[in-house]
Ligand binder design. Sequence first.
Ligand code: AHM
Ligand code: MG
Length: 340
Amino acid sequence: MTRSVVTIERHIVDQERLHPEATGAFSGILYDMALAAKMISREVNKAGLVDILGATDHQNVHGEIVKKLDEFADDVIFKAFDHTGLLCCMASEENEEILEIPAHFPTGKYSLLYDPLDGSSNIDANISVGTIFSVHRKVSDHPRGCEEDCIQVGRKQIAGGYVVYGSSTMLVYTTGNGVHGFTLDPSIGEFLLSHPNIRIPKPGKRIYSVNEGNYARWHEGQRRLVDHLKGIDSRGGAPFSARYVGSMVADLHRTLLYGGLFMYPADRENPNGKLRLLYEANPMAFVVENAGGRATDGCRDVLDIEPTSLHQRVPLYIGSAEFVDLAERFVAEEAVAAAG
Ligand code: AHM
Ligand code: MG
């Protein structure tokens, strides 16, 4: 028996019906994110063709200026939302300051944070990249929004999700009521519900995912954790498999579907790791928690960290709850050892 065909639009409408007080504004945000994702997907799939199609001096065959894909993605998302009246402001990993809604457009009661094309250094090698997004309620009195509307604790997100541009394009999101995945059918230009109510499998696959090239810079607890996962310490245990794409969205999408542990830890040169709390860690933590997993910085749940600046970084341990618990124990042991 084949399953019912449910487009993302239909799914959003059905979800909205569960909230009779809903005005439809929030559904509009998800709808527009799906639209932006389709446009970015189209360009990502053409990456590499630019030269064949005869681009010269940053002009493509259609006479359009050819932009770097990450700049293109940044622009597409901004333009998908700037005129809608749904948002008070936006913030993008690509921009130092918050993005104001142009004065001639109306504003709304939500803020949007996004990483337009995460892992974009992988694009020339045809490796999956992604978009990550997070939606908050407007909390400031500022009529057109301000930093306060973007710099909010992750727990207050009202939606979070990502798009992975991989062997197919998938959009995965949660509003705190299940995690749902949609696969883009390019022939009809629709995202179709393919993964309803995603839960990280238990027990999760024993996979760890980390850039081990940083081993020499890691703290002792992190090294001991990875030695343990490889089964080369004295604590026994079968070795985990290692998988590292180097695109967070791809590594976490696998973790969501199979289970495992993804890490980007602190190291001696980067006390807060590499990943950004607001654009990367928070939306992914919201998705993973809602799928039954966990996300911590080694001692606190990511979603409880009070952010202080737009681009702050955070060490990250995320994935199957049992493995995140394990990682925390190693980090805690080190903290105790350091204190003693
Ligand atoms: P970016 O936002 O500049 O693309 O960096 C984030 C990416 C993540 O997708 C990935 O997990 C990480 O950087 C990989 O970093 P590294 O190359 O240090 O392993
Ligand atoms: Mg990024």
